[in-house]
Design a protein around this ligand. Structure first.
Ligand SMILES: [Zn+2]
Length: 144
């Protein structure tokens, strides 16, 4: 599978906080075990109650495009063939207040609009340098 933003786009660096998000193959967010607050991106501490006791929350991965921009200028020479591409901020149905960024994989950039319904999909990439298979959350537009 060709990566949405091409092979020159850097892969995420994994740590204990974000490993589940980038490898689980489900939309795994961080949830506080004390107050149940769900947050993203993952942090060392709950932003609501400052607890360090954090676990996972599996989102159903359905949401709405809250914002969209179209990038026309390649940020890296390796991306010259990728532009234009759309970057979206998605509001999840089951986690109010959390926005996730990504790309819509099944629509032309200028056909992505605020209010579009999307669901999570995963871009599978083998990070050979770190010997791990990444499943990077992306978005696909759905009708309705
Ligand atoms: Zn908390």
């Amino acid at each position: 599978m060709t990566r949405v933003l091409g092979d020159a786009w850097p892969l995420p660096g994994l740590d204990d906080r974000n490993r589940a998000f980038f490898t689980a193959g489900v939309l795994m967010l961080q949830q506080c075990k004390r107050c149940q607050h769900v947050q993203h991106p993952p942090e060392d501490v709950c932003e609501a109650c400052q607890s360090f006791d954090l676990g996972g929350f599996e989102s159903a991965g359905a949401g709405r495009v809250e914002s969209v921009i179209v990038v026309h200028h390649p940020l890296h020479p390796g991306m010259a063939d990728i532009v234009p591409y759309a970057v979206v901020a998605v509001a999840l149905d089951d986690v109010p207040g959390v926005l996730l960024t990504g790309n819509v994989t099944n629509r032309a950039p200028d056909a992505v609009a605020i209010g579009d319904r999307v669901e999570v999909t995963f871009e599978e990439v083998v990070d050979t340098a770190n010997n791990v298979t990444l499943k990077i959350p992306q978005w696909q537009a759905v009708d309705g």
